[in-house]
Design a protein around this ligand. Structure first.
Ligand code: GRF
Length: 185
């Protein structure tokens, strides 16, 4: 069995979708959802789907606690899906080339600190881009700079608000993120 552990801070629509995708898979499964926020919707969703949840604070993330709990789940892949803290180097080092992230734009554009969620979509609109997309990439010590695994673009010529852009990106995330995880494993 290949074990997937998801880290998420917010709504968790990606986490939920990934959990569903691997539900009846007999070689790969989501074994836990880790979150820095006990009130995050993702924690509620994971519990409802009978996935183990681990909630931690910042000190535990950058100290030894989270790594030690992560080791208990023997992850073959660590998936960041809307995880807002910088991922600690000592955890990346413990799972080399096994930590990936999804970014809601076409990196290297619109990446880096502060570029998350609707900030990204608004920046894309402000720059009058005609397309945006998703990037799935390995996580390294710099925000959004690890090796790119997969990208998919979508036209946003007809979009005037960040909500519209967000919806199009969201559709791509739902369609491709689980498939890319599947293929990587
Ligand atoms: C997604 O847009 C993803 O690209 C990201 O943060 C968002 C998370 O959404 N980096 P959700 O929590 O999965 O609904």
């Amino acid at each position: 069995m290949k074990n997937i552990v998801i880290f998420a801070s917010g709504t968790g629509s990606n986490a939920e979708n990934i959990i569903h995708y691997f539900k009846n898979n007999n070689s790969k499964s989501v074994v836990a959802v880790f979150s820095n926020n006990s009130n995050a919707k993702v924690v509620e969703k994971a519990k409802k789907l009978n996935i183990e949840t681990v909630v931690f604070n910042k000190d535990e993330l950058y100290g030894d606690v989270v790594l030690s709990k992560l080791n208990d789940f023997k992850p073959d892949l660590v998936v960041l899906a809307g995880f807002l803290f910088k991922f600690p180097e000592h955890i990346i080092a413990a799972f080399p080339n096994k930590t990936i992230n999804i970014h809601p734009a076409l990196l290297p554009k619109y990446g880096g600190k502060g570029m998350y969620g609707n900030h990204v979509h608004q920046a894309v609109l402000d720059n009058k881009e005609t397309e945006t997309g998703i990037t799935i990439h390995f996580v390294n010590e710099h925000y959004d700079e690890g090796g790119i695994i997969f990208q998919k673009s979508v036209s946003i010529i007809d979009c005037t608000t960040f909500e519209e852009v967000s919806m199009k990106v969201h559709q791509l995330e739902q369609e491709y993120f689980p498939k890319v995880i599947d293929k990587l494993l």
